[in-house]
Every structure is written in structure tokens, then in C-alpha cells.
Design a protein around this ligand. Sequence first.
Ligand code: GTP
Length: 596
Amino acid sequence: MEHIRNFCIIAHIDHGKSTLADRLLQTTGAITEREMQEQTLDDMDLERERGITIKSHAIQMEYTLDGQEYVLNLIDTPGHVDFSYEVSRSIASCEGALLIVDATQGIQAQTISNLYLAIENDLEIIPILNKMDLDSAMPEEVKDQIVDLIGCDRDDIISASGKTGLGVEDILKAVIEKVPAPKGDPDAPFQALIFDSVFDSYRGINAYFKVKNGSIKKGEKVKFIATGKEYHADEIGTLKLKQTPKQIIKTGDVGYIISGIKVAKEVKVGDTITTVARPAPAIQGFEDVKPMVFAGIYPIETDEYEELRDAMEKLQLNDASLTFEPESSAALGFGFRCGFLGMLHMEIIQERLEREFDMSVITTVPNVSYQAYLTKDKQTPIIVNNPVDFPDPSRLDRVEEPYIKATIITKSDYVGQIMSLCIEKRGELTNQVYLTTDRVELSFNVPLAEIVFDFYDRLKSISRGYASFDYHPIGFRESKLVKMDIMLNGDPVDALSALVHKDNAYDLGKKICKKLRELIPRQQFNIAIQAAIGAKIISRESLSALRKDVTAKCYGGDISRKRKLLEKQKEGKKKMKQIGSVEIPPKAFLAVLKLN
Ligand code: GTP
């Protein structure tokens, strides 16, 4: 136990975490040159393409310092805010953290929020200045920032480069010398924290855990406390590049267990594993990951509903944070209301449905989860995950919406514009701190609903990329919300309904009608596009009739070409969605997202 070191890497997105992790693995011989694929840790295709670590992983290395062999368990953490729950579980499994800061970028919002998590968990922090190979590195300035932030010695900051390998030996040495060995009682009942799980279609779920107390032997009967389920530890082992089966995993170590679990939902990150023979209590209060954003997902072809259900179930097998339940829409037929951790998560699920399952789906406008209180019971909230379920205003006492605390770090030049953006988004400034003369940290309380849409894109464009952003939920607050319906030729399109703030309703209604007018192709009759609150029409656009003859341009007698074009037009039509008499392209359902 005294020769084990468990550590993680925390960093803002793109500061070079995965690249540096690969270097550590290479230097310790955990992977060979041949096995060295770019970003080995990001082993999902999608992850590699997006260049981000979506799920955290763990890997064991061996390293000898002064003749003593050490076991180093590296737990990789995802960098995007959507996945911060996983970051916190990974951090809870470690005794130390490498804090990586890009020497060209300096400290960013997620550097700070992850650092706070690490400090809360009493981790030893090893500061690292990465990307020192780049000419644009500003080592002195960024070192100042780091010293200011964590109060370390300037000399404690290790200069490194994942590209050239600079500083890698120093990092390994620092891990051994500074990160404390895990504590725990080897003789106590077995107690282990699950910090991650992966899905394997042949062997079922592999749960990754860190042993806090006691040990576990292969074949023992185990219990997962939060789910209350019992299994046999069919296989246990440690995590090298490949899994290495073992007979026993002891206190302080990190390992995996395979116990024939087929469904991701049964393995919850943050749960405690113990043995049935000598049960231990849960390590810490278990909190279910809560979806933050909800949207409907519908098959474009209504008869593909069962296929879609199949695909969603398979996705959920290996992504327990995805939730879904059947719902139906007058406009779109049968589909699912899905819960996501955030917008990135939603995009990933949509993309996986398309790529891995070849499904063409319509995703409806995402919304957050509201709490509505009725006049007849002002205490018990009705949870509204779909605007369609919003109670009739005459029965309503009040509505509350989720708020977040947003932290933005930017250059002082952009402060004015960012403040205007936040105020436009119904945010209130709670704090403003100058980190250096030209770097500012702004804190806002903002409704989550306002962040869900185009906030991040707007922030990026206002600040020309020089703003980083992070957020945490801070609970529900009362808000003046109304349900806005969109109607086509008098028929309400339920999938386009949205809950909006009363003060923004008119403006938003106008923009949506305009946008829909652009997106809906002209048809053989006039179409009225209207936005309404209750019975009151707040905006109207009309789209005049037109018959598009795609063959008009094909003069001459090439009949086969004409037929091809007509076929193509039919194909195009098939992808449209028929709402009443009007045909709508699927992208129209997300129109409200891109209003600016
Ligand atoms: P996420 O997993 O998305 O949080 O990103 P990350 O922090 O793991 O960053 P990643 O290792 O994917 O690196 C981001 C980009 O920076 C990639 O294009 C890398 O090639 C590049 N990069 C990483 N380390 C270095 C370095 O030391 N020097 C230089 N020049 N580029 C680097």
C-alpha cells in the first residue's frame, strides 16, 4: 500500500491532458511505441474525432525510483462541464492531482473549478506548465497566475510538454514524492468506490473502483449498495492498457470487476461495493446524476419507432447518464423524451444514433426541467420536462426554473460585451475579480435555460475565443414563464412549444416565425405561421404558395435524367415531416436554437 500512488489530471479543455497522459504511459512502459496510438486514452471513435475525453478511464503504470518500484494509477477525467459529475468521482478516488495549465492560455474557468474539487477532496496538487515547446508560451506570466491561485512555490511548478516529452520524468518523480500513499484499513470489511464503468457487449459492464478498506477476492459475493443488487465477482483485476486479471485486489489499489451485469443502469458511478459476507457501509452519500436538459427524439419515419427504442436502449446500456421515456406528439408521432447532462451530451447522443444505428431522427427544442406549483397545492411541485405538460395558467400558483452560477474568465477588453450578454440572458452579476491587470473572473447567477441555447457560441464570438466558461447548478427560483405555441395554418405544432420568460415572449415569437418562414419550403398553398400565448396571437408570418418544378431546367429529351430528378425530389420529401397539411424539414424543429 505504501508504494501505491493514485492520481488524476485536471485541466481546462484542450490544455493537453490526454497528450501528457500518453507520455506518462510511454515513459513508464505501460504502452509500447507500437501500441502508441495518438491519444490512446480516448478510445471511442467519437472522442478521437472531437478531440475530447468523454468518459474517464484509469490505467496502471509501474515506475522505479531509487531502486524502489511503485505502482501509479492514473485516473483520467473528462474536461467538459457536461461531464463534471464524473470528474468529481474520479477526484474522490485519488490522493493527488496534476494540475495542467497551458502555458499559452493561462488559467481558465475549468482549471479553477476542477482545482476547487481537488482541494475539497484534500488532494496534493502538482502544478504543471504544459505546451512549453510553443513559442507563444508565456511561462512567467502563467507561473504568476498559478502561484496566485494555489499559493505554491514558483519552483514547484514543473515545465512540461506533451509534445516533446519535456518534464515527464520530473512529473513521475513528483507524483511519487509528493502524492501521499492511499490510507485505509487492510483488515476492515471490503469497501470500494465506483468511479467509472464501461460497457462491453460480450462480457457486460466493467465497473472501475478504488478500494478504500479491506480487499476483495475473485469469486466473492459482492453487493452494490445504492442499487442493493448482489453479484459474484467473476473477474477482478487491475487496469493496464489491457485488463490484467488478479486473484485479489487490496486496500488503496484501483481495479475493475466483471460480474455479469448487462445493463449500465445497475452500475452507478459514485456507488460503493462491499461483500455480502462482511458488509461495510456506503463510502459517501450517493447522488444520482441528474439530467439537466430534456428534448424529444422522434424517428423521421414513424414506423421506425421500435428501431429507435432498440437503439436508445443499447445506448443506455453503456451510457447510464442518458435517460428516456416514451412520449407522443401530435406533430411527430411516437418518440422519447430524453434527459441529457448538457447540450454536448445531447449532440453526442444524436450523433451516435445516426452513426452507430443509422437512425434519422428529429430532435425537438431542448428545455430544462421546471417546477410548477398549483394553487390547490402550493407545496408539491409538478416536474415539467416537456412544455406540453405545462399546467393551464388558471390553475397555476407559480413556476420555478433552475439557476446556475456561471463563472467566466476573460480579458478585460471583453468585460463590457460579456456583461451585456449575461444581462440579456437574465443574468445577475454576483462577483467580478481581476486575476491580473487584464484578466477578469466574472460570476453570474443565470437561468440554466438561457445557457442551454446559444450562450456558449455567443460568448465565444464576442470574446474571439478568449473566454472560458464553467457552471454549477444552484437550485430553483421563481420566474415569470409562459408557454408559447407555434401554429401552422391554425394547427398548433406541439413539438415547437416552448416555455419562455414573459418579457422575451414577443421578441422570441417574432424571431421564431421569421426563422420558420425561411426554413419551411413553399408549398402548393399559403401557409400562416403564428406564435401564440394561450389564445393570443403574438406574431404572424405568411408563406405564399409556389410549385417548384425541378424538371423545368431539363430541356431536351433526357427522360432518365428527368426521372432521376423527380426521384430525388421524392427522396427529399420523404425526409420532411407532415404536420397537418404542411411539410416541415426536420431542422425546423431546432430552429429556435439558432435565432441570431
Ligand atoms: P480534452 O480531453 O478535450 O479535455 O483535451 P486535453 O486536455 O486532453 O487536450 P489534448 O491532449 O487532446 O490536447 C489538445 C491539443 O493540444 C491537441 O491538438 C494536442 O496535439 C495539443 N497539445 C497537447 N500537448 C501539447 C504540447 O505540449 N505542445 C503542443 N505544441 N501541443 C500540445
